[in-house]
Design a protein around this ligand. Structure first.
Ligand SMILES: Nc1ncnc2c1ncn2[C@@H]1O[C@H](COP(=O)(O)OP(=O)(O)OP(=O)(O)O)[C@@H](O)[C@H]1O
Ligand SMILES: [Mg+2]
Length: 378
């Protein structure tokens, strides 16, 4: 059943109009109206007005081409069925018509009302399918645009986040350095003044010498405690002497506090790494050793620090109870565990990576690598 009722013929020959109209009358279905325009411009206007359900377009329109008319209509988004009429059929006409945007074609004088009806039905179905495809393609395009926007937005957010993280780490280290100096210098100085005063007091009043001596001892302990605190906050060796000394000092402290035995292989010779790399590796080791002491129940801890021209490597291995590691897919803030993920974040800020090998009962080995800039640019 053909539901199309308003049809338009674009043809420069009136005889074709009369003949087509007669043939349409022989097709069963609701009454149809066939309008007729003979010139290109008039056809463009009629098509733009959109009052018809289907168009028949002649291959030749006087000096103009029916193909051009069809192309122009499709370019403007006309999705309705279009059937091309031509004087003679061939594969070339078929290809040209469909490429221009026609849904089918008929050869004048070679079709009857049955073929006409069928062609109209097929053209309508074809046009509808193409319109649906077009709609989906548009949706898909919109989706692609959305996806691209979203990807860009995320990339930007990630860049911003990593910049915030980088600034936080830099500021944190600067603040630690300031506090460490403050502790060491100001408090140290006040303490020295206190001890000098105490000494004077002891000399001027021998009766109080015992009491003053005891106070002096407390002041000594206080001094040592302040130095230890200052060192923990920001090891001066990290800035002055370098990573290896800072590591030795760190492990001495842990050795005194725990029963852990450290096998230390420092293979930097006297080479200094970029300050930010030294700080990063120091903080990674600090957290790794803290984790061993807190969680591993280990006896031995092996530590290797080495550097090639291209990268620095820090390996920390313990013979403790190990654990199940999910690969560190989470986010340090949301997991609430800042240790391992914090290490990974710190390392990634200097382009480095963290890998972990561990299994329950099998100990834990932590590999961290940081790429080094070419020697000239350090
Ligand atoms: N060397 C280790 N041996 C055994 N278990 C470990 C070791 N290192 C980490 N773990 C396990 O991995 C978990 C996560 O470690 P992570 O350092 O991220 O957090 P945390 O030490 O629990 O807390 P914090 O945020 O204070 O560091 C630990 O709770 C522990 O169960
Ligand atoms: Mg930890």
């Amino acid at each position: 059943m053909i539901t199309l009722t308003r049809l338009l013929l674009v043809d420069d020959a009136r005889v074709d109009f009369i003949w087509l109209e007669q043939m349409l009358r022989r097709i069963p279905g609701p009454p149809r109206v066939l309008d007729w325009v003979s010139r290109f411009e008039a056809a463009e206007q009629a098509i733009a007005a959109g009052g018809h359900d289907l168009y028949f377009v002649d291959f030749r329109l006087g000096p103009d081409s029916g193909l051009d008319l069809i192309r122009a209509a499709r370019r403007r988004g006309v999705l309705k069925p279009i059937i091309m009429l031509t004087g003679h059929g061939s594969e070339a006409v078929d290809i040209a018509a469909t490429e221009a945007g026609a849904n089918d074609y008929l050869v004048k004088g070679e079709f009857d009302h049955v073929l006409l009806g069928r062609t109209m039905r097929y053209a309508e179905r074809n046009a509808r399918a193409l319109a649906e495809l077009d709609r989906r393609a548009t949706q898909l395009q919109a989706l692609v645009v959305d996806l691209k926007t979203e990807t860009e937005r995320r990339a930007l957010a990630e860049t911003e986040l990593s910049e915030v993280l980088r600034r936080t780490v830099v500021e944190q280290e600067a603040e630690r350095q300031r506090i460490a100096h403050e502790l060491h210098d100001s408090l140290g100085q006040s303490l020295t003044l206190l001890q000098l005063g105490l000494n004077r007091l002891g000399h001027s009043d021998p009766a109080k010498a015992g009491e003053v001596g005891a106070l002096n001892q407390i002041a000594d302990e206080l001094g040592r405690e302040i130095n230890r605190l200052a060192w923990e906050i920001r090891p001066t060796a990290l800035d002055d002497l370098g990573l290896q000394d800072a590591i030795r000092h760190l492990l001495d402290t842990w050795g005194n506090r725990t029963h852990l035995h450290f096998d230390l292989h420092l293979m930097l010779q006297d080479k200094r790494l970029p300050a930010v790399v030294e700080t990063t590796l120091y903080r990674v080791l600090q957290e790794a050793v803290t984790n061993v002491a807190r969680h591993a129940e280990a006896v031995r801890v092996g530590i290797i620090l080495e550097a090639t021209e291209q990268e620095a490597r820090l390996i920390v291995e313990d013979d403790g109870r190990g654990f199940t590691w999910d690969g560190g897919s989470g986010n340090a803030v949301s997991s609430g565990r800042l240790g391992l993920l914090g290490m990974r974040d710190r390392l990634s800020l200097v382009g480095g990576t963290l890998e972990l090998e561990t299994s329950p009962g099998g100990g834990t080995t932590l590999f961290s690598r940081v790429p080094l800039p070419p020697a000239g640019r350090r």
